[in-house]
Write a protein that binds this ligand. Structure first.
Ligand SMILES: [Zn+2]
Length: 450
């Protein structure tokens, strides 16, 4: 397939996420501009007609002021929405609540919770020493934390947390996500990341007298990789497949850990030398797509497994974007810039606007040839509605077995610097994907902790 033809196809029929984002933001942008350009003017004209003493120049000045205010407001809203909410955290334990300063609640980008307070609320017994503390339900169900250590014990098994615990006589600050994953029964934990609210409640059941009784607390190691004495994975992870993956296994196990993001551009010269045509999976008619060979093999194995385990989900799924060349990104990005210029912006303004809706050439992970965007037949746009489909559900639980990770998780926006993208999967190889999946880290954090 010739490259120009391929690019033309992409440009004419293309449904890449960048283009769709551009189109969508373009739609809301234009209706907003129409409203602000016209109605203040109309209001001013009406005013002049009513009051002849009011000079036209004052009206024009008022219009200009409104336009400037609108631009300034839009600019600042854009700035603010880029930043995390750094207001204090409110933590509810049942009906009681307390507040924590943001810089105490979030450290190294990890949201922390005071386990001593949670233990008191949920009637756990507290043992050990001030800096090496054990919270127990029974002899076999407990959590143990050591000051300054990332290793926690769940029911006697060692697992790694996203961040070290800070333990003294007053507090035991541990990552909230760790607690969420370690609790199997007894507590309900909700984390509102937008408003910095954590709500923790006891799960209850009705006893034979109809009274609500809290359920017993239970901890489980099932969502973690168990470590040995040296902090390594204890016995590896057991992978179970329903289909025969043997012919793809070498590819699935090959490691690809290069980081491509806004701070680590891939470079304009980069083009993988092992791209293969995606011809064993569904892609939109008339479009050709490529991936690196191992990523393509792993994708085929993953889709065969999905077809076997979740046929309905598989039926409606297709790949909507894979490898994108640097040249394609330049063309695509220039199209976005022209779009804004046509709307009346200067070149400089248009470049800034385009940077908000699509990755700059050289910064897109798609140039690595290691990632894919999925869509389903039911979707009209590449958006978060992908979450509602069976395919997402299946991928969330199984993609790691084939070396793929959800690259831009909802709770890692501050680290990845990308919005939540349930449709974007990155190939890293099976072992790394498993560790990332089990630890709840994103790729940036995983590479930093290695
Ligand atoms: Zn993508």
């Amino acid at each position: 397939m010739n490259e120009n033809q391929n690019n033309n196809d992409k440009q004419q029929k293309g449904l890449s996420d960048d283009e769709i984002k551009m189109l969508r933001s373009g739609l809301t942008g234009s209706s907003g501009a129409g409203h602000y350009d016209n109605s203040p003017k109309a209001v001013a004209i009406r005013y002049i007609k009513k009051n002849k003493l009011f000079s036209a120049s004052v009206a024009i000045a008022a219009i200009l002021l409104v336009v400037v205010l609108v631009f300034v407001t839009v600019y600042f809203i854009g700035k603010i929405s880029d930043r995390p909410n750094t207001s204090d955290y409110t933590v509810y334990l049942g009906n009681e609540h307390y507040t924590v300063k943001y810089k105490e609640a979030v450290k190294d980008g990890v949201v922390l919770i005071d386990m001593r307070r949670v233990a008191e609320f949920s009637s756990l017994s507290v043992g050990g020493s001030d800096t090496n503390v054990k919270f127990s339900v029974s002899n076999s169900h407990y959590l143990k934390f050591t000051n300054d250590s990332e290793i926690a014990l769940i029911n006697g098994k060692a697992v790694a947390m996203e961040r070290k615990a800070e333990v003294d006589a007053e507090k035991c600050m541990i990552p909230l996500n760790f607690l969420i994953n370690a609790i199997e029964e007894g507590l309900l934990i909700k984390h509102d990341t937008e408003n910095n609210v954590i709500k923790i409640g006891r799960r209850v059941y009705k006893d034979k007298n109809g009274d609500l009784v809290p359920t017993d607390m239970l901890f489980s190691v099932s969502k973690f990789a168990v470590l040995d004495d040296k902090g390594n994975l204890a016995d590896g992870h057991e992978y179970k497949y329903t289909t025969d993956v043997s012919k793809y296994l070498d590819s699935i196990k090959t490691e690809y850990l290069n980081l491509v993001n806004k701070s680590n551009p891939i470079g304009e010269d980069y083009e993988p030398d092992d791209l293969v045509l995606l011809d064993e999976c569904r892609t939109p008619p008339g479009r050709t797509m490529y991936l690196r060979k191992d990523a393509a093999n792993a994708l085929y194995a993953m889709l065969a497994e999905m077809e076997s385990e979740a046929p309905d989900a598989f039926e409606e799924l297709f790949v909507t974007s894979a490898y994108r060349s640097y040249e394609y990104q330049i063309t695509n990005h220039e199209k976005n810039i022209q779009y804004y210029i046509n709307k009346g912006m200067s070149r400089e303004e248009a470049e800034a606007a385009a940077a908000m809706v699509s990755a700059l050439p050289g910064q897109s992970e798609h140039q690595s040839g290691l990632c894919i965007d999925f869509m389903t037949d039911g979707m009209s746009d590449l958006d978060e509605s992908f979450e509602e489909y069976g395919a997402f559900d299946w991928l969330s639980k199984n993609a790691y077995k084939f070396g793929f990770i959800l690259r831009y998780p909802e709770d890692k926006v501050n680290t990845t610097k990308y919005s939540y993208e349930p449709w974007h999967y990155r190939f890293v190889g099976r072992e790394a994907a498993t560790e990332i999946y089990l630890s709840g880290l994103c790729l940036e954090e995983y590479l930093e902790n290695r």
